[in-house]
Structures are given as structure tokens and as C-alpha cells.
Ligand binder design. Structure first.
Ligand code: SF4
Length: 69
């Protein structure tokens, strides 16, 4: 597991935004830890059409805080 800080993709509302109930996403937001192999979609509108996949410890200036689970 890797530690995820606020401001990183795992804590962003756009990370896996089309399946927010995924237990792995809930775990990141509750425990601040993510599986090392995890990658998921970034749903940010500026990335739409690019099928961007990011790791939980990636980041960008489009960060939007996810709702606390
Ligand atoms: S790439 Fe940016 S917008 Fe997409 S999930 Fe990561 S921080 Fe959020």
C-alpha cells in the first residue's frame, strides 16, 4: 500500500469518478492508503476524450477534493 496525501489523485473527485462506490476508492479516502498497482480514470472535463488513467499518487492543478466517504 502507498500513502496518499490530500492534493493527489486518490483524494480527487475526478479519480474513478464514474464508480465512486468502489471500495478501493472509499479506502483511499478513509485511510489515505492505496494499492500500489491501482490506476483509474481521471474524469476531469479538461481530460475528457483522452482516456487519461492516473495512479493515486499522481496529481494535477485540476484537483478537486472528493467528498469524505
Ligand atoms: S489528474 Fe488531476 S483532475 Fe485527474 S484525478 Fe488527478 S488530480 Fe484529479
Amino acid at each position: 500500500m502507498i500513502h496518499i496525501d490530500n492534493g493527489q489523485c486518490g483524494m480527487c473527485a475526478h479519480f474513478g469518478e464514474h464508480h465512486p462506490e468502489d471500495p478501493r476508492l472509499v479506502q483511499i479516502r478513509v485511510n489515505g492508503e492505496a494499492p500500489e498497482e491501482l490506476v483509474d480514470e481521471c474524469g476531469h472535463p479538461k481530460h475528457a476524450g483522452l482516456n487519461l488513467k492516473v495512479a493515486p499518487h499522481s496529481s494535477c492543478d485540476g484537483f478537486t477534493p472528493a467528498q469524505a466517504a
